[in-house]
Design a protein around this ligand. Structure first.
Ligand code: MF3
Ligand code: CO
Ligand code: CO
Length: 280
């Protein structure tokens, strides 16, 4: 951007640019964090497919269903689209989607015994593999009459992600800005942000560098440049940010205080003019 003192100079190669900014103390992405045009095309397609899977969940999810039924919908849609799940078998994860209900922060495992009831909120997080590329996004759903606090929590989470999308400027925005935007918005509304679990680079694998923390200091951290693909997926808690991992399954992340948690995940590509949402 022309008003940024971290922009490349006219005629400067990317490696010259990177070294110049490094010398100024700016954290710069590695070569691997910047996708080639061919990789971007593959990721765009995988992201589109991933959103189609979430669209199908959105059409069919309803009260009385089990979270295992959501898994079945995802399996069916992935197969119809010629894609596969990145989570099934990932470090032993036993399902094709994560379903995180109420006080579950993330990585909930679909179950026959978990029935969706009026008043529940749920995050459905899908990671698809298509043509060798990975797409990753998640949405929130709720059923019937939910508490005012739950409605606000979901709204603030959505706003936080949208504020990041609106803020990202190539060669100017830093990862710390992203964290700062999210955490400030959550705090202002009386909510808290999980720090230890975050977003990530994505594309040739489900989880790549960099780690995207949802808290941070403005003007700090990695500089965002065109070709970077990463997720923003804040987990915002109604109460305290503290959590524990369920020792019975080794995966389910729950709030320590038993209060609600919401999460919304977008997969973003940094472009020359701003940002493109690859999956949401
Ligand atoms: N989709 C999740 C993310 O956004 C990762 C799930 S890994 C799993 O990063 F093993 F829990 F499925
Ligand atoms: Co995800
Ligand atoms: Co993710």
């Amino acid at each position: 951007m022309t008003n940024s003192n971290t922009a490349p100079h006219p005629g400067e190669s990317f490696s010259e640019y990177r070294e110049r900014l490094r010398a100024l103390g700016v954290k710069m992405p590695t070569e691997k964090m910047i996708k080639t045009p061919k990789e971007i095309e593959g990721c765009r397609e995988a992201g589109r497919i991933n959103s189609l899977v979430l669209d199908r969940v959105e059409r069919e999810i309803s009260v009385g269903m089990s979270t295992a039924d959501i898994d079945a919908i995802v399996v069916s849609e992935l197969s119809a689209l010629g894609a596969t799940s990145a989570t099934l078998g990932y470090e032993g994860f036993p399902a094709s989607v994560c379903t995180s209900v109420n006080s579950v922060i993330c990585h909930g495992i679909p179950s026959r015994n978990e029935i969706l009831r009026e008043g529940d909120i749920i995050n459905v997080d899908c990671t698809s593999v298509y043509g060798g590329y990975f797409g990753d996004a998640s949405r929130m759903f709720s059923f019937g009459k939910i508490s005012d606090s739950a409605r606000r929590l979901i709204g603030v989470t959505r706003e936080a992600v949208e504020m990041c999308v609106a803020a990202i400027k190539p060669y100017e925005t830093r990862l710390g800005d992203i964290g700062h935007i999210i955490n400030s918005h959550a705090k202002k509304n009386g909510f808290s942000v999980v720090r230890e679990i975050g977003g990530h680079g994505v594309g040739l694998a489900m989880h790549e560098d960099p780690f995207v923390c949802h808290t941070g200091l403005p003007g700090r951290g990695l500089l965002l440049v065109p070709g970077m693909i990463f997720t923003v997926e804040p987990m915002i808690n109604e109460g305290r940010a503290r959590f524990y991992i369920d020792q019975k399954d080794g995966w389910t992340v729950r709030t320590l205080d038993g209060k609600l948690s919401a999460q919304i995940e977008y997969e973003l590509l940094v472009t020359e003019s701003g940002v493109e949402i690859l999956s949401k």
